[in-house]
Every structure is written in structure tokens, then in C-alpha cells.
Design a binder for this molecule. Structure first.
Ligand code: ZN
Ligand code: ZN
Ligand code: ZN
Ligand code: ZN
Ligand code: ZN
Ligand code: ZN
Ligand code: ZN
Length: 427
């Protein structure tokens, strides 16, 4: 007889069920013949768990009894969690998945019921977890706070030199560059200045470096360490004072040269000077009240590197013109290029007093000129003495004539002095 065990299943009440809809099958209706039923019950079937691996095979009537012991048949969980578990899996269920199982936490070892263990996992203080600062360390959950505060390589710690906060694993790299970290003095003095103060240390404080004397610009050549410099400064006060005096004298000479250069730049070098004599009335009154009052013009040059000249005026006359005339003279002053010039001075000199009449065609200027006499000592190369005599016209214009025309207008008089290399007398 062929086993037919796979046609039917037996439910928990021991009834056959159709494998399709699991509703009980009234096999009395299907097999009303008791003989037939007897025959069926005697037929050989496989266990309903044949596919799961049960090898049992016997008469159908013995199936129910077999299922009471079949290790593949499901029974209520022995721990009364309510689940139906095949006998063969019961041990496993009770140990690992039954919510009513008793189990120990693998981290702390405490015993829990299954559901409490699930809750406990994820909170167990002994479970190793990764540090939330992502330092890569794994520490027991209960030690994370302590780790983050005391051991984590990503915790912020202050640089002990500058106080800025860095992660613990970068603070020493920072320290190697920190501007406040002490560095050994490159000149090997005993100081260890902060990196950003090293320049100032070397410049102003280092005891090992060579420094120059503060009077070096005055000519002191001393060089030495800072302590030696201090001794030098104490010992050399007198020397330094002399050096400074000499320097002041040199500078005074330079100033003179500069003043001369500036004056030359301002002076006319065209060989002509128009001299504006202002405050004429007051000057005239002054000249009348005192003897020998001489007005001198700005200096001027015959050319850029030419003779240095200066005109002078006696408003109240001089020599033959005293008290009756205005006298004019020209002086040759010691100039910077005298060594290169021809002597005696041989240029024609002319003086022009301008008539400032409002209609120029009626103006009548006064002009006097002369060609220097080569034997006259005033035209030799001038010495450095400032009181060299001039040459000119004591009776250039009479006081009477001055009043007649507009030689003085608005209290101003204009006198032109012109020096010409040609010997032709200009009129
Ligand atoms: Zn079985
Ligand atoms: Zn259970
Ligand atoms: Zn635990
Ligand atoms: Zn960490
Ligand atoms: Zn720092
Ligand atoms: Zn130093
Ligand atoms: Zn010195």
C-alpha cells in the first residue's frame, strides 16, 4: 500500500484538516463506509513533518500518538510565553528567543528575562562603545564621560604657553609652532624668550650678542656684548662727548654748504638783478638820521658758475654825493667758482633806475654804466673778507631829480643792475 500521509494534516484536536483551507474534514461523509475507514486508518503514512526531516512512517491510526512525541511537532513554550515551538527548537527558543527566558548580559553578566535583556542591551554600562568625539577609542559606556574629559585624544586642552584650546592630539604639534612657546636663544645666552619675542630679545636684551655703541654715528667703533657695552658707556663719557662735538662741527660746516647751495639756487644767475627797494620813505629817513646807512641787494651771479655780485645803495649819498645824491655801487663777493674765472673782472656793469610813470612812452629812466678798469683793485679776485669796497656812482641821481619823476611810486623804487660780458657800454 502506498502511503498517503501528505494528503491530510491533523490539527491540535486530532482532526484531519484539508491542507488547503485548514477546516476540519468530515471524513465520515467522504468515507461513509466503516470498512473503508478501517482500511484508511490502517493505511501507512509518513509523519506530517516528513518534509522537515521526520522519518516516521506507520499506519495512520498511530500518527496521533507519534505526534505527541514527534520532535518536529510544535508545542506550547515550556516557559509559557504562549508561542508554539517545534520540540526540536524548544531548547534554542528557551535559551535565545523566548521573551520569558532567563539570560545573562554578555557585558555585565547580570541575569535578565529575555524582554528585559533586550531593553538592557543598548544601555548596559559595561558595553564597549565608540567615543562620540570620533577619536576611534572604544570604552565601556559607564566610562565615556571620564574618557571624554580625561583621556580622549580629541578632547580640547589649553596650550600651556598661549592658552588657546586645541585637541589633545594636536596640541603638541601646535606647541612646536606656538608664538608664545619659549625657544632657546640662537646666540646661546641663558634666556629662553617666547618665539614672538625673539627678535626683540636679540635686538635689545640678549647678553651674548654683539652690540654697537650708541655713539657709532659720532664715530665710536666699540663692539661687544651688552654687559661690556654698559661698562664701555660708563668709561667712555669723555671720549663720546668729544666725538659728538666733532660731529656737531662737521654738521655745522655741512649746513653752511647747504645754505650756500640753497642761496645759489634762489639767486639770479642771468647777470641781471631787478632790485625792489620797498619802504622807501622810512629807509630814506633812516639814512638821513644816521651816517653811512648802506642797503645791500640780494646776491646774484653773472651765470650759473659765474661771478658772485651784490649791489649796494646809499639813499642819502656817500662820498662825493653825501646828503645830495643817491649813490649806487656794485661789489664782487667771494664766489664758489672764482678759481675758474678770469681776473680781473672785466664785465660792463649798468645801473638803471626805473621811472614808474603811468604812460611808459613818457617814462625817463636813469641809466649809468661803466667798464671796469683792470688796474682797480676792486676788480681783482676778492679775498674772503666781507668788507671789500664796491665800485659805482656816488652821484648816481640827485635828491632833486628823485622828486621830479616817478622813481618812487607807492613807496617802492626799482633799480636794475646788469652785468654784460661785452665791453660796449649800454645806454
Ligand atoms: Zn514526526
Ligand atoms: Zn517561550
Ligand atoms: Zn549588561
Ligand atoms: Zn575619545
Ligand atoms: Zn600656544
Ligand atoms: Zn640671547
Ligand atoms: Zn662708544
Amino acid at each position: 500500500m502506498t502511503p498517503v500521509g501528505l494528503l491530510f494534516k491533523v490539527n491540535s484536536e486530532g482532526l484531519f484538516t484539508s491542507p488547503v483551507n485548514a477546516s476540519p474534514v468530515d471524513y465520515a461523509k467522504i468515507y461513509p463506509d466503516p470498512e473503508s475507514e478501517k482500511a484508511i486508518m490502517g493505511s501507512v503514512v509518513y509523519c506530517i513533518h516528513h518534509k522537515e526531516g521526520c522519518q516516521w512512517s506507520d499506519e495512520l491510526r498511530k500518527l496521533k500518538a507519534h505526534l505527541n512525541t514527534c520532535k518536529h511537532d510544535a508545542v506550547l513554550c515550556a516557559a509559557q510565553c504562549g508561542a508554539m515551538i517545534p520540540r526540536v527548537l524548544m531548547q534554542d527558543h528557551l535559551r535565545y528567543t523566548c521573551p520569558r527566558r532567563r539570560a545573562n548580559c554578555e557585558h555585565c553578566g547580570k541575569e535578565f528575562s529575555g524582554s528585559a535583556l533586550e531593553e538592557h542591551q543598548g544601555n548596559c554600562g559595561h558595553e564597549p562603545v565608540y567615543c562620540e568625539n570620533k577619536c576611534g577609542a572604544k570604552v565601556q559606556r559607564r566610562h565615556t564621560q571620564q574618557h571624554v574629559q580625561q583621556h580622549c585624544s580629541k578632547r580640547l586642552v589649553p596650550c600651556r604657553h598661549c592658552g588657546q584650546r586645541y585637541t589633545q592630539d594636536t596640541v603638541s604639534a601646535h606647541g612646536a609652532m606656538c608664538s608664545r612657546a619659549p625657544v632657546p636663544c640662537p646666540q646661546r645666552c641663558s634666556a629662553a624668550p617666547a618665539r614672538d619675542e625673539l627678535d626683540a630679545h636679540l635686538r635689545d636684551h640678549c647678553a651674548a650678542g654683539t652690540v654697537l655703541c650708541a655713539y657709532r654715528d659720532a664715530g665710536c667703533r666699540f663692539k661687544g656684548t651688552r654687559p661690556a657695552l654698559e661698562r664701555h658707556a660708563e668709561e667712555s663719557a669723555q671720549t663720546h662727548l668729544s666725538l659728538v662735538c666733532a660731529l656737531a662741527a662737521r654738521q655745522a660746516r655741512q649746513l653752511d654748504a647747504l645754505r650756500g647751495a640753497v642761496a645759489r639756487l634762489g639767486a639770479s644767475s642771468s647777470g641781471a638783478l631787478v632790485w625792489r627797494v620797498a619802504d622807501w620813505a622810512a629807509r630814506m629817513a633812516d639814512a638821513r638820521a644816521k651816517d653811512g646807512v648802506e642797503l645791500v641787494s640780494p646776491t646774484f651771479y653773472t651765470s650759473q658758475y659765474g661771478y658772485k655780485l651784490q649791489a649796494s645803495l646809499f639813499l642819502n649819498g656817500n662820498g662825493a654825493g653825501e646828503s645830495t645824491h643817491m649813490s649806487v655801487y656794485i661789489k664782487i663777493l667771494p664766489g664758489e667758482y672764482d678759481a675758474l674765472l678770469r681776473w680781473p673782472f672785466a664785465h660792463t656793469v649798468s645801473f638803471t633806475l626805473f621811472d614808474q610813470s603811468s604812460s611808459p612812452d613818457r617814462a625817463c629812466n636813469i641809466v649809468e654804466s661803466f667798464v671796469p678798469d683792470p688796474t682797480w683793485k676792486n676788480f681783482q679776485r676778492p679775498s674772503k673778507e666781507p668788507d671789500a669796497l664796491g665800485f659805482g656812482f656816488p652821484r648816481f641821481v640827485s635828491h632833486e631829480m628823485l622828486k621830479k619823476r616817478n622813481f618812487v611810486k607807492d613807496d617802492v623804487m626799482f633799480l636794475r643792475v646788469k652785468v654784460d660780458p661785452s665791453k660796449i657800454v649800454a645806454v
